[in-house]
Ligand binder design. Structure first.
Ligand code: ATP
Length: 764
C-alpha cells in the first residue's frame, strides 16, 4: 500500500526509461509479464545496462519504449530486478515520429497525409488531446466521421489501458488493481472512479473502503457525502460476514461505522448514520430485524434453511419397520461386517430409518462412517433394494472431494461434492434447486460443519418432500469458511432428531491421538495429554529450528517405508518465517529437488516440477477437481508437444489426470505443507504439525482439534508446548452471530399452530 501511494507523486518517483529487448514470460490471464529491457535513462542507482522488469503489464514488443516506475529488488536466484508499480508508454514526441506512428499499421486507413494533417492541426500532444476529447478531430478537413470513429477506437485500444493506468496511478492504484478496474469499465474507468470511488468497493475485489476513502478525499468529496456513509455501512456489514456472522447488531454496526467514518476527526453524527441505514434497508440493500442488520442474501438463506427443513420434516418416511425386523437385519449386517454395533450406533441406525431429517454427530472415531454404511445396508435389506437400485436411491455428498471420496470408499456407492451433486455451473448457478429437485430415497451429507448458510439453503431447496435426510458432522471442527454455523445451530435448535455417538472405536487400545482429541474437545488438555504414546509424540523445538526438524521427521517417516504423499505437514499461516510457503520450499527442495530428468515451469517466484505434490485451490466442477484435492504433477508439456499448441501441466488426482494450461497454474499450490483450514474433510496417515509462537494469533481450540483429528496413524506435534496448551484453551470462534436457531423454532411453532399456512420461503 505504501508503495502504491507513492504513485500519487509520479514526478518525484524513481524510474527507468528502457527499450524492450525481449519478453521472458507472460501470463495472459493475469497479464503478468517479465521482460528484459535496455536501460536508456534512469534515476535509480543502477549500473547495469540491461535489467529484468517484472509486473502486471501487457506483453511488450521488442523496441517498445516505456518508462517504468517501481522498485529495485535483489531476487535470491535471478539477481537484480525491477518490480514495476506502474509504467507509461513513451509516446512519440517529435513531429516526424508522431506522423510515422499515426500512419503505421496500427491505424488502418490513416495514410501519411492524414497523419500530417492531424499533427499540423493538433500539435505534438495530438494523442492526449484526441483521447481526452475526440471531437477535436472534427477540425481536420477531409476526415470522414466513420473513419474518425474507427481511428479513435483503435487509438483508445492502443492507448486506453496505458492511459488509464497512468491516470489511476495518480490515485495510488497499482497495475494489478488497475487491470481489474479496466476490465469492468474500460476507458470509462477513470471517469467512474472520479464520480464515485465508493462504488468500486462493491464492484472490485481488493478495492477496500479505505482506498475509496482516500480517493474521495483527493477528489474533495464531502466527508459526510451519503455515498461515503452508504459504502462504509455495507463495507462494515461485509466484514461481519467475512468473519462468519450472519448479522451485525445494529448498535455495534453504528458504532463501528462512526469510528470508520470519523477517523480523521470528521463529525458525522449518529443520526446521519442511522438515516442512511434506514434508507439502505428501505432500498433492500440490507435487512433490519429488531436490532439486527443482515445482508439480504444471508437473511433469506437463514429463512430458507428453516423453512426447507420444516417442509421436508413435514412428511413421514414412506415405510416404517418393527423393532424385530430391524434387529434381524442388523444381526445380518453385523455378521457380514464382522463387528457388533454399540448401543448408540444401533440406536442411530434405527432412528435414521424412521427419521425424515436427522443429524448424526460425534467426535473422531466414534463410528459415524460405520453407521452411515449400516443405515444404507439396513435400509436396503428392509426394503429389498438390490445392489443396482442402491446406486439410484442413495445420494451421498460432502463439501470436499476428499471427504466425498472417503464416503465412497466406505459405502461402495458413488459420493460427490455438494456442488457437483447440485450441478453447479461454476458461476452462481445450480442445475438443481426448488424447480428441479434431486431424486432418490435418502440423502446423506457428511462433514456438514463445513457447510455455510448459503450452501445449506441451496442444498435443502433441491431436496424433494419425500426424501429422507441424514446430516452428519462433528460440531467441534472448524466452522464453515463462509458465514453461519449451520450444524451447531441445527443441533441446538431442538427441532431436529439427533443421534449422538460418544464412544470411541478407532484404535481403541491406547490411542493417544484420539485421547488428545477428546481432551481438547472436553477442555481437559494438560501436559499429560501430550505425553508420548504409540501413535503420538510432542517434540519441543525453537522457532528457528523448525524447518530442519520437519525435514528430519519427514526423512525418518520415509525411511520407515512411508510414501511422501502419506506424510502431511499442516500449519495455520502462509507468510510467516516458518509459514506454509516457506515450509513448502524447504520440503520441495528435499523431496523433489531439481534434476535434469524433471521438467520445470515457473509461476511468479515459484517453480513447479514433475513429481511435485500440489493442492487445488478452487472448485472446478467442469474438470472434476475441487478445492482441497491433492495430486501430483506427472508431466509438463511444451507448446510443440500438445495438440492445442499450448504449454500444459498434467496433475494426477487419485488415478485421474487433469490438464492445466499455464494460466490455470494459479489454481494450484504446493502441498507438502497445507493449511489446517484446507485439510478439513481429509485424513492422512502421518500428520506433522508445527506449533510456534509466530502462529499464536491463529491458535484456537477448534483449529488445533481439526488438525489433530486429520491424523490416521501417527501424529507428531513439534514446537512450543505452552503455545499448544494455551491455544487449545482459547475459545474457538464458534460465537458467530446467527439467528437460525430462533428461526427454526419460529418456523416449527408456526407449523404447530397453523398446519395449513405456507411460508413464502417454501417457494424460494
Ligand atoms: N461397533 C464397532 N466395532 C468395532 N469397530 C468399530 C465399530 N464402530 C466403528 N469401528 C471402527 O472404528 C474406526 C472408526 O470408525 P469410523 O471411521 O466409522 O468413525 P468416524 O466417526 O467416521 O471417524 P472420523 O470422523 O474420524 O472419520 C473404524 O476403524 C471402524 O471400523
Amino acid at each position: 500500500m505504501a508503495m502504491e501511494h507513492a504513485g500519487i507523486q509520479e514526478q518525484n518517483r524513481n524510474y527507468i526509461l528502457g527499450e524492450c529487448i525481449r519478453m521472458i514470460y507472460h501470463n495472459p490471464s493475469e497479464s503478468f509479464s517479465i521482460a528484459l529491457i535496455r536501460v536508456i535513462e534512469t534515476t535509480e542507482k543502477l549500473e547495469e545496462k540491461e535489467i529484468v522488469v517484472k509486473g502486471y503489464f501487457r506483453p511488450l514488443e521488442p523496441g517498445d519504449r516505456f518508462t517504468f516506475f517501481g522498485q529495485l529488488r535483489i531476487h535470491p536466484r535471478f539477481g537484480i530486478q525491477y518490480d514495476v508499480f506502474t509504467y507509461k508508454k513513451e509516446l512519440p514526441k517529435t513531429k516526424d515520429s508522431l506522423i510515422r506512428f499515426l500512419s503505421s499499421d496500427l491505424f488502418q486507413g490513416i495514410g501519411k497525409r492524414t497523419a500530417e494533417k492531424i499533427v499540423n492541426h493538433l500539435g505534438e500532444n495530438a494523442i492526449e488531446r484526441i483521447l481526452s476529447d475526440p471531437s477535436v478531430l472534427d477540425q481536420i478537413p477531409g476526415f470522414p466521421d466513420k473513419k474518425i470513429q474507427s481511428f479513435v477506437q483503435a487509438l483508445r485500444e492502443n492507448q486506453g489501458f496505458e492511459q488509464t493506468v497512468v491516470n489511476l496511478s495518480k490515485y495510488g492504484i497499482g497495475l494489478k488493481l488497475a487491470q481489474k478496474m479496466y476490465r469492468l469499465y474500460h476507458e470509462e474507468t477513470v471517469q467512474k472512479l472520479e464520480e464515485d470511488p465508493y462504488q468500486f468497493v462493491f464492484d472490485i475485489e481488493g478495492f477496500g473502503f479505505r482506498r475509496a476513502d482516500e480517493i474521495g478525499s483527493m477528489l474533495n468529496l464531502p466527508r459526510n457525502h451519503p455515498m461515503r456513509i452508504r459504502a462504509g455501512c455495507l463495507y462494515v456489514l461485509h466484514k461481519w460476514a467475512q468473519d462468519g456472522h450472519v448479522y451485525a447488531p445494529l448498535e455495534q454496526l453504528r458504532q463501528e461505522l462512526q469510528l470508520l467514518l470519523n477517523e480523521r476527526e470528521e463529525s458525522i453524527r449518529f443520526d446521519e448514520i442511522s438515516q442512511i441505514i434506514t434508507e439502505l434497508s428501505e432500498e433492500n440493500f440490507l435487512v433490519i430485524e429488531e436490532s439486527r442488520v443482515y445482508m439480504p442474501s444471508l437473511y433469506f438463506a437463514e429463512e430458507g434453511v428453516a423453512s426447507q427443513i420444516k417442509r421436508i420434516s413435514g412428511n413421514s418416511p414412506e415405510t416404517t419397520f418393527q423393532e424385530a425386523e430391524i434387529l434381524k437385519v442388523i444381526g445380518q449386517i453385523e455378521e457380514q461386517e464382522g463387528l457388533s454395533y454399540g448401543e448408540e450406533q444401533y440406536e442411530a441406525i434405527k432412528e435414521a430409518l424412521h427419521a425424515k431429517v436427522m443429524i448424526l454427530t460425534g467426535g473422531p472415531g466414534t463410528g459415524k462412517t460405520t453407521v452411515i454404511k449400516g443405515i444404507i445396508d439396513a435400509y436396503c435389506l428392509l426394503n429389498n433394494i438390490d445392489q443396482e437400485a442402491r446406486k439410484k436411491e442413495f445420494l451421498l455428498a460432502a463439501p470436499t472431494g476428499r471427504a466425498a471420496k472417503r464416503m465412497a470408499e466406505a459405502t461402495g456407492l458413488k459420493a460427490q461434492t455438494i456442488h457437483r451433486l447440485l450441478g453447479w455451473s461454476g458461476e452462481d448457478e445450480f442445475e438443481f434447486g426448488p424447480y428441479q429437485k434431486l431424486s432418490g430415497k435418502m440423502i446423506i451429507i457428511d462433514e456438514f460443519s463445513m457447510v455455510d448458510i448459503w450452501l445449506a439453503n441451496q442444498l435443502l431447496k433441491a431436496i424433494p418432500d419425500q426424501m429422507q435426510v441424514i446430516i452428519v458432522g462433528d460440531e467441534d471442527q472448524l466452522p464453515s469458511v463462509g458465514p453461519g454455523q449451520v450444524l451447531t445451530d441445527l443441533l441446538e435448535s431442538g427441532m431436529i432428531k439427533i443421534s449422538r455417538l460418544k464412544e470411541v472405536y478407532r484404535q481403541k487400545e491406547g490411542s493417544r491421538i484420539i485421547q488428545l482429541a477428546h481432551d481438547i474437545k472436553n477442555d481437559s488438555c494438560t501436559p499429560r495429554s501430550l505425553e508420548q504414546g504409540d501413535d503420538f509424540v510432542f517434540i519441543p523445538c525453537r522457532d528457528d529450528q523448525m524447518g530442519s526438524l520437519i525435514e528430519e521427521l519427514v526423512q525418518r517417516a520415509i525411511d520407515r517405508g512411508y510414501h511422501p504423499k502419506d506424510i502431511q505437514v499442516l500449519a495455520p499461516m502462509y507468510k510467516t518465517n516458518t509459514g506454509i510457503d516457506q515450509l513448502n520450499q524447504t520440503l520441495q527442495a528435499m523431496l523433489n529437488p531439481k534434476s535434469a530428468q524433471k521438467r520445470e515451469i515457473f509461476l511468479d517466484d515459484k517453480v513447479y516440477r514433475t513429481g511435485d505434490k500440489v493442492i487445488q485451490l478452487v472448485n472446478q466442477p467442469e474438470k472434476g477437481v475441487f478445492n482441497g484435492d491433492i495430486g501430483e504433477i506427472t508431466a509438463i508439456l511444451k507448446q510443440n508437444e500438445t495438440e492445442e499448441k499450448t504449454e500444459q501441466i498434467v496433475v494426477l488426482y487419485d488415478g485421474r489426470e487433469v490438464v492445466y494450461t499455464r494460466q490455470e497454474l494459479i489454481q494450484l499450490k504446493h502441498a507438502y505443507c497445507i493449511s489446517i483450514h484446507k485439510s478439513q474433510g481429509s485424513e492422512f496417515p502421518i500428520v506433522i504439525m508445527p506449533v510456534l509462537k509466530e502462529y499464536r494469533k491463529m491458535l484456537r481450540k477448534n483449529l488445533l482439534y481439526t488438525a489433530v483429528t486429520r491424523c490416521q496413524q501417527s501424529l507428531i506435534i513439534c514446537g512450543d508446548r505452552e503455545e499448544f496448551l494455551s491455544g487449545v484453551m482459547r475459545e474457538n470462534d464458534r460465537q458467530r452471530n446467527t439467528t437460525l436457531q430462533t428461526r427454526m423454532k419460529e418456523m416449527f411453532d408456526k407449523n404447530e399452530e397453523d398446519q395449513e399456512e405456507l411460508s413464502p420461503y417454501d417457494f424460494m
